[in-house]
Structure formats: C-alpha cells, structure tokens
Design a protein around this ligand. Structure first.
Ligand code: ADP
Ligand code: MG
Length: 287
C-alpha cells in the first residue's frame, strides 16, 4: 500500500499542466487539451497505449519538443508556480526537472562516473554534487562497484540505474521517467520500482510514464490515462486499479499473461468484434 500525501488544497502543486496542446511540424496534433497536476511529494503515473501522447507530454514538460520539430500551441506548464513552457531544456533542468528518457539513453563510451557527471552539469555547488554522487552510489551498489567501467557494456537494468543516477545528479525536485521498466526482467523491474519509491520517500516528486500499468499503479498516488492525445481518465491509483475498463485494458486481469497494451487492445478489439458478429448474426437471423 502506498502512503498517501496529506491532501492540502492550499498547497501549490509542484507541476501543473494546463489545457496543453502540442503539434508536430505545425500540423500533427500530439496532445490536445491536456490538464493535470503533480502534488508536491507525490508520484503521478501516466498510462496509455502506444501513440497516446505520453512521451510527447514528457517532451513538453522537459523542454525537448523543439528537438522533435514540435511546439506547444496552446496552454501552459507551471513548475512551482512559475511558467516553464517555452524555456530551454537546460533552463528547465536548472528550474528543477530532470528526466530519464525512453530507452535509457546513457553514454555507452563513458564510464559510470562520467555519465553521472554529465547529469550534474547544472549544479555549481561541488560539495552538493559530491554528496549526491555518494547518495546515488548508495542507491545503486551494483553500479558503484563498476563506477570506472564503460556503461555501454552493462545489462539493461544496470544501464537504467545509470540513467536514473544521472538524472538524480541534477538534484531535481521533480523526476520524470519515460517507461523505465520497458524490456527489463521482472526482478529488475522490481528493483527499479523500489528505487523510485525510495527516491520519492526522500521528497522528490515523480512523473512516471509506464507501459507496466500494474507496476505504476502499485506505487503512484494518482494516475492519468491518455488516449489519442487527450486525458481519458484521471483518479487516485486505488480508483484506477479497481476500474473495470482500466483492469480490462491495461491491467490484463483475469487473463493470464495478457500484460501489454497492444495485447490488451487486440483483446478488446476481438471482444468487440465478436460481440458485433453476434449482433450481426442475430440481425440476419431476425430478417
Ligand atoms: N517526432 C514526431 N513527429 C511527428 N509525430 C510524432 C512524433 N513523435 C510522436 N508523434 C506523434 O504524436 C503522437 C503521440 O506519440 P507519443 O507521444 O510518442 O506517444 P506514446 O509515448 O504514448 O507512445 C502519435 O500520434 C505520434 O505519431
Ligand atoms: Mg512513448
């Protein structure tokens, strides 16, 4: 069970996304009318099928839209009461948001230590950087043992730890992760899950995009479901875990092994098709 943060309506959320619209190349709509909040100190999960707009949302929040020939065409993003939409990705890191990108992009040619150093480039305080480095090493004993080795040869789970460690070196108030468990073995997913819980317990707010909805909902306080660039559902993790449609579409409950969105969607389509076929057959029978 997740310990829920005290609900305090007067507390400004760490992140507020307001009526956000994003377009790629001025035409392709990536997000439309998306509003959400991350309460200070909480974990918010973003769920949704492939192409729903999850990564686009993170790109908007971290200032990386221009790299992908996209821009915010409506709405705003507010970090700690200050607008950050339109700011550069470096300015946004300085403002307090660090991200772990999809596909755990680390510098394979660099050692663990060198990778971590690239994450701390915005932090001027040497003592603070050394303290964060020590903390990261404590969190990831496996990569601490190999801190002088090139990270490119590490396993997927170890690379993910380097990627998370690098993001933490920026000493973020909000950590943003894009599908950190993707492609990892269940035991490694469990380690990553625990690391996110620990990071959050130390006071860092988390915006977590996950394909693995059951993992995400097991640690999130609230969750937002995106469909076709819009918010389809928002609620507490408990509410969403017990929602029949969410269970059917994203949690694969009652159907052993059906865990991915793609499978869930196929299952959903097949169920609908079967129902439609039955209805069609009934109509033919009626004629
Ligand atoms: N670089 C891009 N150029 C054009 N369209 C893009 C680009 N990246 C994403 N999109 C479009 O934006 C929508 C949302 O994609 P994305 O945010 O990657 O979804 P998700 O992360 O949920 O799988 C999709 O329709 C996708 O085709
Ligand atoms: Mg994505």
């Amino acid at each position: 069970m997740v310990e829920h943060a005290d609900d305090d309506a007067t507390t400004e959320p760490i992140l507020r996304v307001d009526d956000l619209e994003v377009r790629y190349q001025d035409v392709i709509v990536g997000l439309s009318g998306v509003s959400l909040e991350v309460a200070r100190g909480s974990i918010v999960a973003i769920l949704g099928a492939n192409g729903a707009g999850k990564t686009t949302l993170l790109r908007a929040v971290t200032g990386l839209l221009p790299v992908h020939r996209a821009k915010i065409t409506r709405g705003q993003i507010v970090l700690d009461g200050r607008r950050i939409d339109g700011q550069s990705s470096t300015a946004i890191v300085r403002a307090g948001i660090a991200q772990v990108m999809e596909g755990r992009r680390i510098f394979g040619e660099l050692t663990v230590d060198e990778n971590l150093r690239t994450g701390g480039f915005t932090v001027r305080d040497k003592a603070a950087t050394a303290a964060t480095h020590a903390k990261v090493m404590g969190w990831f004993p496996k990569i601490a043992e190999r801190r002088g080795q090139r990270a490119g040869f590490f396993s997927g789970g170890e690379q993910q730890m380097v990627a998370i460690g690098r993001a933490l070196m920026a000493q973020p108030r909000l950590l943003v992760l894009d599908e950190p468990s993707l492609g990892l073995a269940p035991m490694v997913v469990e380690q990553i899950r625990q690391i996110i819980v620990d990071i959050n317990a130390e006071g860092t707010s988390v915006l977590l995009v996950e394909q693995n909805a059951s993992m995400a909902l097991s640690i999130a306080h609230r969750a937002v479901v995106l469909e076709n660039g819009r918010v389809a559902r928002e609620g507490s993790a408990d509410e969403l875990r017990n929602d029949e449609k969410i269970k059917d579409l994203y949690l694969g409950m009652g159907t052993a092994g059906r865990r991915s969105y793609r499978d869930a969607r196929e299952h959903y389509k097949a169920t609908n098709a079967a129902a439609a076929a039955r209805a069609g057959a009934a109509q033919v029978g009626d004629a």
